[in-house]
Structure formats: structure tokens, C-alpha cells
Design a protein around this ligand. Structure first.
Ligand code: AMP
Ligand code: ZN
Length: 139
């Protein structure tokens, strides 16, 4: 087993505030919540991130998210939720065992601000779209 804190939680070596578990995924509360009830959902098998995980594991894990999110929202009195996946260091990923953040929204403690947005300069949106499209044809 890699030296991975989430694998240690999955094996029971490290305690967690577990809310759900089945044959594919485990879900437990994030110890530094963005809002109350912030939950981490992850496959029980170790895969570093979204680019490394086999498709069948990813599909099975994602398929569990609505059921877990409904319980999380109901449990904390939220009306909505965000799902987030950090992929890579620059994105903020600090634990390299793929996990989905379920962040309840619309509850009493929700004072989160939107990320903010920018404007494209003239012609820039098409230029960037074309660069990305070329990467599909090259691969
Ligand atoms: P990420 O930045 O996407 O890698 O998210 C890792 C998350 O794991 C952070 O939000 C941490 O607060 C959370 N975390 C770290 N250690 C633990 C732990 N022992 N139990 C629960 N959550 C944890
Ligand atoms: Zn792991």
C-alpha cells in the first residue's frame, strides 16, 4: 500500500467521521470543512487522480455521488451542493488519492463567494478553442 493517509482511513488504521461505505467507495467528513458537512467521497482503491483512475472505477464512484450528496444535504439542512475535484498540485490537490469534495450549499453557515471571472480579448476565445481542438486530433 502506498504511504497514503486516505488508504489508512479506508483500512481503519486512522479514524474518520465516516458517513457512508460500500464495496466501491468510502465517504467521510473533511476535517477542515468549507461548509458544515463537507464530505470527501473516494474509491477504496488507490489512484492518484482523475488522470490515473481506471474508467470503470471512476464511473462507479461518480455514480454514488448523487445518493451521498442527497444524504449530506438532508443531514445539514443544505439546499444545493458543489462537487469539486482538485487535479494536480497547482489546483490545490494535497492528497494524491482521487477524491470528490461534496460541499453543501445554501445552509446557515454558507457565506462562500463565487470564484470570479474574466473577459476574453477580441478573437482570443476562438484562438484558445482552436489550440485545444488540435490536441484532440494530435492524440
Ligand atoms: P485536496 O486539496 O483536494 O487534496 O483535499 C484534501 C482534503 O483532505 C482537504 O480538504 C483536507 O482538509 C482533507 N483532509 C486531510 N486529512 C484529513 C483527515 N485525516 N480526515 C479528513 N479529511 C482530511
Ligand atoms: Zn490512497
Amino acid at each position: 500500500m502506498p504511504d497514503c493517509i486516505f488508504c489508512k482511513i479506508i483500512s481503519g488504521e486512522i479514524p474518520s467521521a465516516k458517513v457512508y461505505e460500500d464495496d466501491v467507495v468510502i465517504a467521510f467528513l473533511d476535517i477542515h470543512p468549507i461548509t458544515q458537512g463537507h464530505t470527501l467521497v473516494m474509491p477504496k482503491t488507490h489512484h492518484a487522480d482523475l488522470l490515473e483512475v481506471p474508467q470503470d472505477v471512476l464511473q462507479a464512484a461518480v455514480a454514488r455521488i448523487p445518493k451521498i450528496a442527497r444524504a449530506v444535504m438532508a443531514g445539514v439542512g443544505a439546499t444545493s451542493f458543489n462537487v469539486g475535484v482538485n487535479s494536480g498540485k497547482a489546483s490545490g490537490q494535497i492528497i494524491f488519492h482521487l477524491h470528490f469534495h461534496i460541499i453543501p450549499r445554501g445552509g446557515r453557515d454558507d457565506n462562500l463567494k463565487p470564484w470570479g471571472s474574466r473577459e476574453y480579448q477580441t478573437g482570443q476565445i476562438e484562438e484558445i478553442a482552436e489550440k485545444i481542438r488540435q490536441k484532440f486530433s494530435n492524440s
